[in-house]
Design a protein around this ligand. Structure first.
Ligand code: HEC
Length: 211
């Protein structure tokens, strides 16, 4: 087994997150009994977020879906990276297959899963005001292991932070191969998800659970 493949195998729980799209987004509500946090982002959006991190059962349920969604993508993407270590096949798959797999997952489940980022590649993954506020918090605290729960009024959101690991760098790092760069520019002309370094905050997986 070569070095890249073995690194990837050991990072499998994270690599599948390479491929999934946005679904629906919910407008934040101002209903709150828990901690509130407002983050002003310059002259752009500021959002009041109602955290409900004491809701352990909700947190666990969200994490169960986040993990099980990631595991749906695992075998397909890993197979592609092993058979084509240039990542070209995997990159192509991230754009098409990842999308349909997430749609399938969301159709079959009452909990909706999506990914988002402050510096996003696909505009479909653009964060809403709540996403931004929560991700600014991850960025500030660097506490990537502990998921955050937000009370949206008629639903809860569970946010799991994604950290940049070694295998992510091939497609999100500072030295992306010429071939991959060409594919990226063609497919994502407004790509902001490059030049990340190991250990950076990359984005979040979000589970939306109806009340
Ligand atoms: C094979 C190339 C590849 C690898 C490796 C990869 N990604 Fe990505 N990533 C992509 C592509 C392509 C997209 C855009 C997917 C889409 O169109 O929805 C993406 C999107 C994302 C998104 C969604 C937000 C956005 O920017 O649109 C996150 C979050 C993400 N990647 C995190 C990671 C993390 C964390 C790793 C490492 C564990 C990783 N990726 C590894 C290619 C890759």
């Amino acid at each position: 087994m070569n070095k890249i493949v073995s690194t990837l195998l050991f990072s499998t729980p994270l690599i599948f997150t390479a491929c999934n799209p946005t679904t629906n987004q919910v407008v934040p509500s101002s209903n709150n009994n828990h901690t509130q946090e407002v983050i002003n982002q310059g002259s752009t959006i500021s959002s009041t977020v109602t955290y409900a991190n004491d809701k352990k059962a909700i947190k666990n349920r969200g994490m169960l879906h986040i993990k099980s969604f990631m595991e749906t993508l695992q075998p397909t993407l890993m197979g592609m990276i092993q058979s084509d270590p240039t990542y070209k096949t995997a990159l192509g798959a991230c754009s098409t297959l990842g999308q349909s797999m997430a749609d399938d997952y969301n159709r079959a489940s009452d909990v909706k899963i999506r990914r988002t980022a402050l510096r996003y590649r696909n505009p479909k993954n653009k964060p809403d005001a709540t996403d931004k506020t929560v991700m600014e918090r991850f960025l500030a605290t660097k506490e990537f292991n502990e998921p955050l729960v937000v009370d949206m009024g008629d639903s809860y959101r569970v946010y799991k932070a994604l950290e940049v690991k070694q295998p992510c760098l091939a497609c999100h790092g500072e030295n992306i191969s010429q071939d991959l760069q060409k594919m990226l520019i063609r497919k994502y002309p407004t790509d902001m998800a490059t030049n990340f370094k190991l250990g950076d905050f990359r984005g979040a997986v979000v589970a939306e659970i109806k009340k």
